[in-house]
Ligand binder design. Structure first.
Ligand SMILES: [Zn+2]
Ligand SMILES: [Zn+2]
Length: 313
């Protein structure tokens, strides 16, 4: 049985940190739908679950979830990325709220990258998508802002015990609260979490942030929470991992208030780095979304809550 004495402070702490996120709210996306070559999730599916329904609570685990065998291969495996939390709508069955979170599935490994800001919405969206919290082996938190970490308390309150990876610079109180419940790893430099799944390591300051980097059959997939340290810088760091080029960059690009010239410079840097596809959401901003869509054309992936990107060998 989980001790709510510990869960509650996490919720309060993370709610209190929500205001720190410099992401600007830009409202729902209004961009034309472009069909990417990767498999997309449903665009208009009749709801099977009430939008306000909460997730079915899973059995309480006595011990932390055992991580999958480190002998997994990566090149021949399908990788599925499902956006479970975003302020932009994609699957109309899901709730939207300011923040970001996505589930990365590869073989028998399931990773939740960021938890959104509201645990009830996170769990509701996961339930609608058929993702049971008990399936999550690992949680990776990009940065301390509440719209990326606020759902963790409610997730752990379901009784699951994923291993949690956070930047080492996270507040001591936060790390202590998580450690009281489950296994916590502090990330400093770039490291391989599982074979073929990496973190860039801590980048930037105020806030420090890490991005997730997944080796796939098509190249590297870089997932950013907010990209506060600089989008091009984070992708450049990610591109130094392994020998493959960056195939896809997905997540918050944090360009809500950026000038056209700055956005154009980042797009140029993406092209120079060989980034093949983009799937911006969360704090990217409408102007940057539209500029990326114009530049990447068929390689632009419209993104939002409920979007599913499947990368197959
Ligand atoms: Zn942020
Ligand atoms: Zn954010």
């Amino acid at each position: 049985m989980i001790c709510r004495h510990w869960v509650r402070p996490i919720i309060i702490t993370l709610t209190g940190l929500a205001f720190l996120c410099g992401c600007r709210y830009d409202g729902p996306l209004m961009v034309e739908t472009i069909t990417p070559s990767v498999t997309e999730g449903p665009t208009s599916v009749k709801p099977t679950t009430s939008p306000t329904a909460t997730a079915t609570m899973t059995p309480v685990l006595a011990t932390p979830t055992a991580l999958p065998s480190p002998t997994a291969t990566t090149e021949s495996e399908t990788v599925i990325i499902t956006v479970v939390y975003d302020n932009n709508a994609y699957d109309p069955r899901l709730q939207t709220a300011w923040g970001f979170g996505c589930v990365v599935e590869r073989w028998e490994t399931t990773i939740l990258f960021d938890t959104g800001g509201n645990g009830a919405i996170l769990l509701s969206n996961m339930a609608t998508l058929g993702i049971d919290p008990v399936e999550i082996d690992i949680v990776v938190l990009s940065h301390i802002h509440g719209d990326h970490t606020g759902g963790l308390g409610d997730l752990l309150a379901t009784g699951v015990r994923p291993t949690v990876y956070v930047p080492a610079s996270f507040p001591a109180s936060f790390k202590k609260q998580v450690r009281a419940i489950t296994t916590l790893h502090e990330v400093d430099g770039s490291q391989e979490i599982l074979p073929g799944i990496h973190t860039t390591g801590q980048m930037g300051t105020n806030p420090v942030e890490q991005a997730l980097v997944v080796e796939t059959s098509q190249g590297l997939v870089v997932i950013t929470g907010c990209a506060h340290p600089g989008l091009a810088e984070m992708v450049r760091r990610a591109g130094q991992i392994g020998e493959n080029e960056v195939y896809l960059v997905l997540g918050g690009f944090h360009l809500g208030g950026a000038s056209r010239s700055r956005i154009a410079g980042i797009i140029t840097a993406f092209r120079e780095m060989g980034v093949q596809k983009v799937a911006p959401c969360h704090c990217t901003g409408d102007q940057a979304i539209n500029m990326f869509a114009a530049e990447y054309d068929d390689d632009f992936i419209q993104n939002g809550a409920g979007k599913i990107v499947e990368i197959t060998p």
